[in-house]
Write a protein that binds this ligand. Structure first.
Ligand SMILES: [Zn+2]
Length: 259
């Protein structure tokens, strides 16, 4: 409880680039509290009694890997990438808002073709290129796949961002998309007049989220031309694996394809 509150305080008190700089040495120290072997991180191999609590508004137990900083969704995404052998042929990949844990593993896959792995973000020190996802400075039909994990909900014009991802993707290309979706909500809710960080946190779930997606999320993705397929953790992981790797049942990966 205390650890959860402390992590929640840090998440809300420090800007994201600052957190990205200090987390690599501070989180492993916190992880000493959960020494054990009940859970395993598939990204870095670390075993723990349980993962660290994590969350901006409400702390989720068993979430953050103390060694590589992977969250439940990063572990799910990595397991999907690994099992589907999706990156082994070294396709040109754009990784938006790269997460430190996934980036390290993907760089290893691309060690013989590093130019094919492009990382980008508005401001993250982890990214090689810095740009607005609504104005991607890459040529039309120039990439073969992308990863866009928990980014769209931060973007003012998410439909324009989707248009841009569609534009730069080659026909036959694909993307892995994840965003928080409230399945109790039929349609996505956004209101640009809500700018107060406490109001945003209360309504959208996090101080820098600009909307909360509803069950119409797949339609929103397909509205810009993509063919959309939803993959749930239980579609490719056993119940034992979901527990061992601490993956959340309620999070899905959306596979976007350009025909
Ligand atoms: Zn890890």
């Amino acid at each position: 409880m205390v650890l959860g509150r402390f992590i929640r305080f840090c998440l809300n008190a420090f800007p994201r680039p600052v957190l990205q700089r200090i987390a690599s040495w501070s989180v492993p120290l916190l992880g000493l509290v959960y020494y054990g072997h009940k859970k395993r991180c598939p990204i870095c191999g670390k075993e723990v009694k349980k993962f660290l609590p994590y969350g901006y508004e409400v702390s989720r137990e068993d979430a953050l890997c103390p060694r590589c900083l992977a969250l439940e969704r990063h572990r799910m995404l990595w397991l999907y990438i690994e099992r589907m052998h999706t990156l082994e042929k070294c396709p040109v990949l754009l990784h938006m808002a790269p997460e430190v844990s996934l980036k390290r593993r993907i760089e290893h896959i691309y060690k013989d073709c590093p130019k094919n792995y492009i990382t980008a973000d508005l401001e993250s020190p982890l990214a090689e290129l810095h740009f607005d996802i609504c104005k991607i400075p890459l040529q039309t039909k120039s990439i073969e796949c992308f990863i866009c994990n928990h980014l769209l909900e931060h973007v003012e014009d998410d439909l324009k961002a989707l248009q841009e991802l569609y534009r730069i993707l080659k026909p036959g290309g694909w993307g892995l998309m994840l965003s928080p979706v409230d399945t109790n909500r039929e349609t996505t809710f956004e209101d640009s007049s809500i700018t107060d960080r406490h109001e945003r946190a209360k309504i959208f779930g996090q101080y820098d989220h600009l909307r909360i997606y509803g069950r119409d999320f797949p339609q929103r993705l397909s509205s810009q031309g993509f063919k959309v397929r939803e993959v749930r953790p239980q579609d490719f992981l056993s119940a034992t694996e979901i527990n061992l790797y601490s993956v959340r049942h309620e999070e899905s990966i959306y596979i976007l394809e350009k025909k």
